[in-house]
Design a protein around this ligand. Structure first.
Ligand code: ADP
Length: 324
């Protein structure tokens, strides 16, 4: 027996990212606009297993568009890869009257959503992670804000590096993906960008460039490294011992995860949340909403998870060709 008003559940999972709130707000507002009830599930898949959820209304998402983090909280839930827990989650949704679920997170979150779909719960995934490391999407919610935060921080570091003729090695987030390092490296005028996707040597890709730049009169340097390639203090020590130039290390860490989302972030997250509800309205599940070719589109989850995304080699060339 179908009930008259259908219910959408929404959750945020994995690492938090600025803009997740904008996406949640869009799902809630658009859902209610189209006649759905909306339930917010706290702490990602952990909350789904623990029945930690509440009804949301238009007012419960007031004043969150501009806030970083996620008002729904997030978690990593390793036990969600066990089949019995997937079944339990679907059963909990059934009991709570949830007919479809919007899950906001990374590729792992999409895998969880796929498992739920296979057990009969239609899910729509939205890409949320600062690292931009979701294979199916050219852009992920959180990335633009994280890059802008890095740029603001590095501009400050550069002021002091310039005053002391120093080299500063900046370590940014990205264990397996160098997108933040690459974008921020270009935006900050880094001498070199070191990312896990591309082989490098300190001698060839940093020191030789520094020596040539010194000959041309440059006296302060920014070297941008993704955390996946090694730790900034060790790299700084190596550069200093090879060049004799005073070199410090700045590890930016968790500041990159917080802060008010940029306008671009808020707009794309809103579009994605809106699109997710449109799919559910049409009875479509097992999709992810992604950004491809400058547009918000949707793909089958399995197809999306099978995709691969490397670093943007055109951008990498730009970074190298215009740094001296
Ligand atoms: P992050 O990269 O920030 O850890 P992910 O979106 O990759 O975020 O993962 C978030 C959560 O998704 C995990 O903590 C886990 O609960 C769930 N997840 C990850 N992999 C799987 C999987 N293979 N099957 C089911 N759920 C998964």
């Amino acid at each position: 027996m179908g009930k008259e008003r259908k219910t959408i559940g929404v959750l945020t999972s994995g690492g938090d990212a600025p803009g997740m709130n904008a996406a949640v707000r869009a799902v809630v507002r658009m859902g209610i606009n189209r006649g759905f009830s909306v339930v917010g599930i706290r702490r990602g898949y952990s909350g789904l297993l623990a029945n930690d959820m509440d009804d949301m209304d238009l007012r419960s998402v007031s004043d969150i568009l501009q806030r970083g983090g996620t008002v729904l909280y997030s978690s990593r839930c390793p036990e969600f890869s066990e089949q019995r827990n997937i079944k339990k989650a679907v059963e909990n949704c059934r009991k709570a009257g949830i007919d479809a679920l919007v899950t906001i997170g990374g590729d792992g979150t999409f895998r969880g959503a796929l498992d739920l779909c296979r057990e009969g719960l239609p899910c729509i995934g939205l890409p949320g992670t600062i690292d931009n490391d979701i294979s199916s999407s050219e852009y992920t919610i959180g990335f633009d804000t994280a890059v802008n935060t890095v740029v603001q921080m590095v501009d400050r570091v550069r002021d002091t590096s310039q005053s002391h003729d120093r080299c500063s090695v900046i370590e940014v987030m990205g264990r397996h993906a160098g997108h933040i390092a690459l974008y921020a490296g270009i935006a900050c005028g880094a001498l070199a960008v070191l990312v896990p996707e591309i082989e490098f040597t300190i001698e060839r890709d940093v020191v030789a460039k520094m020596v040539s730049s010194l000959r041309q009169g440059k006296q302060n340097f920014i070297v941008m490294v993704a955390e996946g390639v090694g730790h900034a203090p060790a790299i700084a020590e190596q550069i200093e011992s090879l060049t004799g130039i005073d070199t410090n290390a700045v590890v930016l860490g968790y500041v990159q995860r917080g802060g008010s989302p940029t306008a671009r972030e808020r707009v794309i997250a809103s579009q994605m949340g809106h699109h997710a509800v449109e799919l559910i309205e049409q009875g479509i599940g097992k999709r992810v909403v992604v950004f491809r070719g400058g547009k918000v589109v949707d793909l089958d989850i399995e197809e999306a998870l099978a995709m691969h995304k490397g670093i943007d080699m055109d951008l990498y060339r730009v970074a190298n060709d215009i740094s001296i």
